[in-house]
Write a protein that binds this ligand. Structure first.
Ligand SMILES: Cc1ncc(COP(=O)(O)O)c(C=O)c1O
Length: 418
């Protein structure tokens, strides 16, 4: 019996080659990515391999701090730091004044949800794809503050059912709708723009968690129509750990007041008054890892230079090839919803715990992770899947990597673990 739906293969037209003929130069990407030559790293959805240029940017700034002191080094690189906002804004179609830098997506989600001041009687509608940390925050709000938390209705492919969402919102209850564009637990891609249209029609506030999509798929905040978007640096953007950024629609800045203003985002003007920064920097804290932020800037620059449409086409095709190869193996079931078109590939091996498969693959020089249901009870838990193995390629993965992964999984599935 097969408990999981097999993903449809994408049509052959989902080519890695975009219309202008450009594509990814995998050899060049490997050349500038030290880690890609040391193992077959399929964990972009956890933390991707950074390029040598990104690492050099971080190290160079740490050397500057060593020589001059942290404040002095930051002052010297102020122009580069300001450019990080412009690069982040450029990548997602925002204005630099709408960008705030955080140390993670979760911090951004927490700070901005708190700024929305959800109050008793208000409804939060969350997609079943919601990430564990965000879900825990939402459940705490429901339990402790009396917020009405509703899991968004979903269709047979586990995507938010937009028509059912519309029916839900049409009762006029003020709602915050929060959606993970791509979850941690499968390659699902939510219909982000269709959701945006419905939320806007009923006057709700739309939070998009684009942690797994920025750097992977095209994300344009205006096209999607979200009010708030958060993402992290270390995943498909290939930035250093401890980085992330958020977008807040300019028109909302005056309504979204930080629950805990910080000296970075506010000016204490009299003994009882303060002024918030006019931009989204009002949500930031003074302290931050400046070297990592400059690394984020370098990674954003590299992502833009490579081109998002080209990267998306290549990654989606890599996911399709991997899914097809895994689905052809005896004892292996692809766990992504049917029709999945992304570079997050999840699967189970009959009779083998995901965590054990990860250890065995690591022994073979292949890096993947296990995602347990405790990281997504509204998805994996709801599907009755205790855990999945997750493989997530990036542009530095070549065909040798792909074979290493598929051969390793085949060997595990047939009980060969030499
Ligand atoms: C969909 C999704 N949202 C949010 C997060 C949290 O990101 P961070 O660890 O940067 O807070 C993750 C992390 O895996 C994720 O997959």
């Amino acid at each position: 019996m097969n408990p999981l739906p097999i993903a449809d293969a994408a049509p052959a037209s989902a080519s890695a080659l975009p219309a202008d003929g450009s594509s990814i130069d995998v050899a060049a990407e490997r050349e500038r990515t030290t880690g890609s030559t040391l193992a077959s790293h399929f964990n972009a959805a956890g933390a991707a391999l950074p390029s040598r240029g990104v690492v050099a940017t971080v190290v160079e700034h740490l050397r500057l701090e060593e020589a001059k002191g942290g404040y002095e080094a930051a002052a010297e690189r102020r122009g580069h730091l300001d450019a990080v906002y412009a690069s982040a804004a450029g990548l997602v179609g925002a204005d630099p004044s709408e960008i705030a830098l955080f140390d993670s997506a979760s911090t951004g989600l927490r700070v901005l949800l708190d700024a929305l001041r959800p109050a008793r009687g208000q409804r939060i509608v969350a997609s079943s794809s919601t990430y564990v940390s965000h879900a825990l925050h939402l459940m705490s709000l429901a339990r402790e503050e009396g917020i009405d938390l509703v899991i968004a209705p979903y269709d047979a492919r586990r995507r938010v059912d937009v028509a059912a969402l519309e029916a839900l919102l049409s009762d006029g209850v003020p709602s915050i709708v929060t959606v993970a564009h791509v979850p941690t637990s499968s390659g699902l891609v939510e219909p982000a723009a269709q959701i945006g249209e419905v939320v806007r029609r009923y006057g709700g506030t739309y939070i998009l968690d684009a942690t797994q999509s920025v750097g992977h798929l095209a994300v344009d905040v205006a096209e999607i129509g979200c009010d708030v978007m958060v993402t992290t640096g270390r995943k498909f953007l290939r930035a250093p750990r401890g980085t992330g950024f958020a977008y807040v629609r300019g028109a909302l800045l005056e309504r979204l007041l930080p629950a805990a203003p910080d000296v970075r985002g506010a000016r204490w003007t009299t003994s009882s008054e303060w002024e918030l920064d006019a931009s989204a920097r009002r949500y930031e804290t003074w302290e931050g890892a400046i070297a990592a932020r400059l690394g984020l800037g370098a990674a954003l620059g590299e992502a833009a230079a490579r081109g998002i449409p080209v990267t998306q086409a290549w990654l989606v095709d890599a996911g399709r090839r991997l899914r097809e190869a895994l689905a052809s193996l005896d004892g292996v079931t692809v766990a992504d919803p049917p029709g999945t078109r992304s570079a997050i590939v999840t699967f189970v091996i009959e009779g083998v715990a995901s965590a054990d498969a990860v250890v065995e693959l690591a022994r073979r020089g292949v890096r993947v992770v296990s995602v347990p249901a405790t990281h997504g009870q509204w998805d994996l838990g709801d599907r009755g899947v205790p855990s999945v193995v997750r493989a997530s390629p990036h542009v530095y993965n070549d065909d040798t990597d792909l074979s290493a992964l598929v051969d390793g999984v085949a060997a595990i599935a047939t009980g060969i673990t030499r």
